[in-house]
Design a protein around this ligand. Structure first.
Ligand SMILES: Nc1nc2c(ncn2[C@@H]2O[C@H](COP(=O)(O)OP(=O)(O)O)[C@@H](O)[C@H]2O)c(=O)[nH]1
Ligand SMILES: [Mg+2]
Length: 461
């Protein structure tokens, strides 16, 4: 592939011990040789083999030295992108890195777009699309489990699972095509409806299992958008701080203390919660507080998980009941009712609240032990307790959508077999099942989707 040679700073946009400018493409070595002079003058970049590290100097066009650097040479196809790649490791000052990049571009490289290195790796068959997406997840992983899961995806756990499914349909499609051409040569074994039915059901179940694990995977990798809501003074901010394990939100006995939305990410066991502590929900005359309450209502509406807090030491009031109605009005959304202040005695029963929410828990946010109580409940509710990072896992909505479309087609095929559909009609369903699976791994995918996937990457990756 005659690609442009591109370059970008591959390290973070911040001062660091080392900064790397990566150059990839057919001219990578000749571009690098214009800006880098090896200390051993006898060596020329054009001649050194792949996997060579050279010490030397980055120079300006005038020949003036800019920085000492290590130059790493990779030769196609044995590089990240599959092309010739040169990495210049310089001292990681931000000004310096920008300067080295400018020199490299002046020497003939073009600035790399977001994710362009990984995109080239994909286009050169170094990794498939779902593996490329896991590169992104590796970078943004919050915790060990997330990084572990992304690593296994990069290493192909999802791709293998998806291929094991798509292979079933590709084989069926091939047999069906052969049958259409040579109907006399009967493919009894391969096209036996009972055998097909068994295979298709097994494939469907595999995909179904992936979708069921999706939410748990998201909770571990992306985090769950979580709103802490309740009327004033029930202990929302105390709970927020407990989950964060530090004093982030202001706690006082004065109602209306929290007026803004206080947002912070907490990792609790395997689960990542993107927490929003909000203003107490009630009628307020105060202009500032009213805006805060409005924001709380919005969080309540859009959050993926709601922690609705109640003061268990006093009977439920109208504001509590209104909140319960609101929490339960959003379908397919997880919610936990928290009966707080259990240390002060309890007049609110879990049975009163359970019809409105996914789970109820009684605790005292003041008691450090409630952290562990919350962890166990969250892991159970979000399905992360028995999470296996080495198992296949869907990494994002794009992949989930592909699986849903494949499942719909497989279901049609299964129904079709049971209705005794003709082989021709069945083969349409089979083709419909294959397409989204190939789209998931990127084996057959439109340029638009490729663009979309890599547009979410950072420059330099
Ligand atoms: N006794 C007791 N007091 C609590 C508990 N949780 C919070 N509080 C107190 O209740 C008051 C209001 O707490 P805060 O977290 O600011 O409530 P918010 O208005 O819902 O954010 C403060 O005085 C807290 O110390 C609890 O579990 N037990
Ligand atoms: Mg508060």
């Amino acid at each position: 592939m005659a690609e442009r040679t591109v370059a970008a700073i591959a390290t973070p946009n911040a001062a660091g011990g080392i900064g790397i400018v990566r150059i990839s493409g057919g001219d990578a070595l000749s571009v690098a040789s214009k800006v880098f002079v090896p200390a051993k003058r006898a060596l020329t970049l054009a001649d050194v083999p792949g996997y060579t590290a050279l010490f030397g100097t980055v120079i300006e066009a005038t020949g003036e030295s800019v920085d000492q650097a290590i130059c790493l040479v990779f030769r196609a196809p044995a590089s990240y992108t599959g092309e010739d790649v040169v990495e210049l490791q310089c001292h990681g000052g931000m000004y310096l890195m920008q300067k080295v990049l400018r020199l490299v571009i002046a020497a003939g490289a073009e600035p790399a777009g977001p994710g362009e290195f990984t995109k080239r790796a994909f286009l050169n068959g170094k990794l498939d699309l779902s593996e490329a997406e896991s590169v992104m997840n590796m970078i943004s992983a919050h915790g060990e489990q997330a990084a572990n899961a992304a690593y296994h995806a990069l290493e192909g756990s999802l791709s293998r699972e998806i291929r094991s499914v798509s292979d079933v349909f590709i084989a069926a499609a091939a047999h069906m095509a052969a049958w259409a051409d040579y109907p006399d040569e009967i493919y009894e074994e391969e096209l036996d409806y009972d055998v097909l039915l068994t295979n298709f059901r097994e494939a469907y179940d595999k995909l179904d299992a992936l979708t069921k694990k999706f939410d748990a995977g998201q909770a571990i990798t992306e985090g769950v958008e979580t709103a802490i809501v309740g009327r004033p003074n029930v202990g929302k901010s105390t709970l927020m701080n407990r989950l964060l394990q530090r004093e982030r939100s202001i706690v006082t006995s004065i109602a209306g203390t929290t007026r803004d939305v206080v947002e912070e990410t907490a990792r609790i066991g395997n689960v990542v919660l993107r927490l929003a502590d909000t203003a107490g929900l009630h009628e307020s005359e105060d202009v500032v507080e009213s805006i805060g309450i409005q924001m709380a209502e919005e969080k309540l509406e859009h959050a993926d998980l709601v922690l609705a807090v109640f003061d268990g030491s006093a009977p439920l009031d109208d504001a509590d009941r209104a909140l319960l109605q609101k929490v339960s009005s959003v379908e397919n959304r997880k919610s936990i009712a928290i009966i707080n202040k259990s240390d002060l005695g309890n007049v609110v029963s879990e049975e009163e609240l359970s019809p409105f929410v996914s789970a109820v828990i009684t605790l005292s946010a003041k008691d450090p032990d409630c952290y562990e109580q919350m962890r166990m409940l969250l892991e159970e509710l979000l399905g992360t307790a028995d999470f296996d990072p080495s198992a296949a896992m869907l990494a994002n909505e794009r992949q989930l959508d592909c699986v849903h479309r494949a499942m719909a087609a497989i279901k049609e095929a299964i129904d079709g077999i049971q209705l005794g559909l003709t082989m021709d009609a069945l083969s349409v369903c089979v083709d419909d099942a294959i397409a989204p699976l190939l789209e998931l791994t990127g084996e057959s995918v439109s340029d638009t989707i490729i663009e979309q996937v890599f547009a979410t990457f950072c420059v330099g990756k």
